[in-house]
Design a protein around this ligand. Structure first.
Ligand code: NMN
Length: 175
């Protein structure tokens, strides 16, 4: 059985990783969708799809499940988003999410959706991590080690601080 889990992964953190580990106990293969793939260089979406591919690929390398990392750009039309996802991803049997819109769209399209109370953690942790990065508070212990390496390789802290240092890019009040 193959599962699908989409997140923005801005950045990929320990909450995501615990979810992936839990999902890995239920599936043979897992597709990890990098959501909002076209977005980057903003306070809410600081990292490019390619940078997030690196974070996720390196973090899941040791898991005992075959994984595929697939960037998925947003669409203006929610009604055809599931078809868009399916056109970009290896075929999957079940979608994992706690995002109400994602659950609604997959359910309407007849795709089985599984949720976990643990998935709620994701919403809080992404925004919290970015806030810590912006104010130079400690964030490294909240992400898998390879994510620290990627953020350092791309000078990610300097970037998020710079793009947050203007109101031209909007704020980051939700996740
Ligand atoms: O649960 P999160 O981390 O928000 O990830 C869900 C991802 O799915 C986001 O990147 C979101 O933009 C994406 N999504 C896109 C559409 C669309 O493009 N119409 C609809 C539902 C979810």
């Amino acid at each position: 059985m193959r599962g699908f889990y989409i997140g923005r992964f801005q950045p990929y953190h320990d909450g995501h990783h615990r979810m992936v580990e839990e999902i890995a106990t239920e599936v043979d293969e897992l597709v990890l969708g990098i959501g909002s793939a076209g977005d980057s260089h903003s306070p809410r979406n600081p990292f490019t799809a390619g940078e997030r591919v690196m974070m996720v690929t390196k973090s899941v390398a040791d898991l005992d499940v075959t994984t595929y990392v697939v960037p998925i750009e947003d669409l203006d039309r929610n009604s055809v988003w599931v078809s868009h996802v399916q056109s970009m991803s290896p075929a999957f049997d079940v979608a994992y999410s706690n995002n109400p819109l994602v659950i609604q769209l997959f359910s309407e399209a007849g795709v089985e959706v599984r949720q976990s109370p643990m998935f709620n953690r994701d919403v809080l942790e992404g925004a919290e991590l970015r806030a810590r990065m912006i104010r130079d508070a400690d964030w490294r212990h909240l992400v898998p080690d390879p994510v620290v390496d990627v953020v350092e390789e791309i000078d990610g802290i300097e970037r998020i601080q710079r793009v947050s240092d203007t109101d031209a890019n909007g704020d980051d009040t939700d996740d």
